[in-house]
Design a binder for this molecule. Structure first.
Ligand code: SF4
Length: 458
């Protein structure tokens, strides 16, 4: 028991003011103490202050120890004391893995999480004692510091990757998949929308694998459990009132279910699927999960269900061993699947990637020729797809204004920022950056649409 901090006193830096106040009881070993410090630092940066006693706290956090039976008992007693003295208690730390025991002993605790689950603890505090943003004293705005324009934001749902593609060293650098709890993502998304974000760009290394590592664990969002699952998260995000764009999705069977969310308008009819190739032989050498025939059928089926679906993808030309025949399989795939937006990279060996050991280096001039041929095919497909939009009235989000030419540069639901095309809107009097406006498409080219503001309908 030498590693147990004896007196379960609330610890807190004094902070006068009207910010919500938290009491913290930190039990256990130095590792638990560091966890407490991390939680305190996060909450402090979000505008919370701390109380030195139970009476002054709006809520009490108990960071528990579960090392020995005696430590468990002491933790349960500390929870009981905090409930008696204050009544509003959130439990975290090692004993948190024994949720049933805690609930049985103290049914009225507000939330329970295990050790190192910083995000869950902070979410539970947000839920039961929401932060009060104060733009005069907060060092960081509610939505955090952002490098994107105010009207769109990237939302990272996980780190790392469980795949082992032979040309990639990301798993070596960032490790295996580590998903965030759904409640944390949804809380962040809400904050972003409150601060003016109108489009959420969901990113990760493998968005469709979201939650696999944490066994799709539920977390508490607005008083109800939400699973850390691709479909569940997409549905919840879709109900927040912003555009939701899904990036880095792989064509796994469970992605089929998201089509219904697109058909209902909850999620944008857009999927960014980094295919990289289409030849089964090259995909195998790349160690990519996907079989070309099934994938083609899946994409065609999705497009039947959601006729507006835009698929953006990246392809690599000149992967070691790629023959002319493999390359042509890829060109056919782009045409048959009508890949609306295709980017292309020439293969580059990355230090440490297993693909460097493969035979069949493709000469530079052949690689360049394939690059140009792929871009030509991609351009033709894109032009054909965009021409079908002429005459339609669509919503666009404005990224930039060009007052000299009385036009604005905007994007449709089919265009992600930076990587896709634009919608150039003429006669754009009074339209501002960040506006969501209705326009009628008048023309198209290989990558962009041209439009004018839609006439109001009576
Ligand atoms: S290419 Fe993407 S899916 Fe493959 S290992 Fe790298 S990060 Fe993972």
């Amino acid at each position: 028991m030498s590693n147990l901090t004896k007196a379960p006193q609330p610890i807190a830096p004094a902070n006068p003011g009207q910010a919500p106040k938290i009491g913290l009881v930190s039990l256990g070993c130095p590792k638990a103490l560091v966890d407490s410090e991390r939680i305190m630092s996060t909450l402090r940066s979000q505008g919370y202050s701390f109380s030195r006693d139970y009476a002054g706290a709006d809520i009490v956090l108990v960071n528990t120890c579960g090392f020995l039976d005696s430590a468990k008992q002491e933790s349960l007693e500390a929870i009981g004391e905090a409930l008696n003295e204050n009544g509003r208690v959130i439990v975290t730390g090692c004993l948190g893995v024994e949720e049933e025991l805690i609930r049985k002993t103290h049914p009225s605790v507000l939330a329970i999480s295990g050790p190192h689950q910083y995000e869950n603890v902070v979410n539970a505090v947000h839920e039961h004692l929401p932060p009060v943003p104060n733009r005069f004293i907060d060092l960081v705005p509610e939505q955090g510091l952002k490098l994107t324009p105010r009207h769109y934001a990237y939302l990272k749902i996980s780190e790392g990757c469980n795949n082992r593609c032979s040309f990639c060293i990301i798993p070596q650098i960032r490790g295996d998949l580590a998903s965030r709890p759904a409640a944390g993502i949804l809380g962040e998304a809400e904050g972003l929308i409150r601060s003016g974000v109108k489009e959420l760009l969901v990113i990760s290394q493998d968005t469709s694998a979201y939650g696999l590592d944490i066994k799709y664990a539920e977390s508490n969002y607005r008083g109800r459990p939400v699973k850390a699952k691709f479909y569940d998260l997409a549905k919840e995000l879709g109900q927040l009132g912003a555009w939701v764009r899904l990036h880095y999705v792989y064509p796994y069977p469970h992605v089929d279910a998201v089509m219904e969310l697109m058909a209902e308008g909850l999620v944008l009819p857009y999927l960014d699927i980094p295919f990289q190739h289409a030849s089964p032989k090259v995909l195998k050498a790349m160690r990519r999960p996907a079989h070309q025939e099934k994938t083609l059928n899946r994409i065609l089926d999705w497009k039947r269900q959601v006729p507006d679906l835009t698929v953006r993808s990246n392809f690599i030309v000149g992967f070691p061993g790629e023959t002319e025949e493999d390359f042509e399989v890829m060109l056919d795939f782009i045409e048959e699947a009508e890949i609306d937006r295709a980017g292309c990279f020439k293969y580059e060996p990355v230090t440490g990637a297993p693909a460097n050991e493969l035979d069949g280096i493709v000469p530079d001039d052949v690689m360049q020729d394939r690059f140009e041929r792929l871009m030509e095919v991609a351009q033709n497909v894109s032009a054909g797809q965009l021409a079908k939009k002429v005459g339609r009235t669509i919503d666009v989000l404005v990224d930039d204004v060009d007052p000299d030419n009385n036009r604005v540069i905007a994007r449709s639901k089919w265009d992600a920022p930076e990587i896709d095309g634009q919608v150039i809107v003429s006669d754009a009097d009074g339209i501002k950056v960040g506006d969501l406006v209705s326009v009628t498409v008048t023309d198209s080219d290989e990558y962009d649409l041209f439009a004018v503001p839609a006439k109001p309908t009576n």
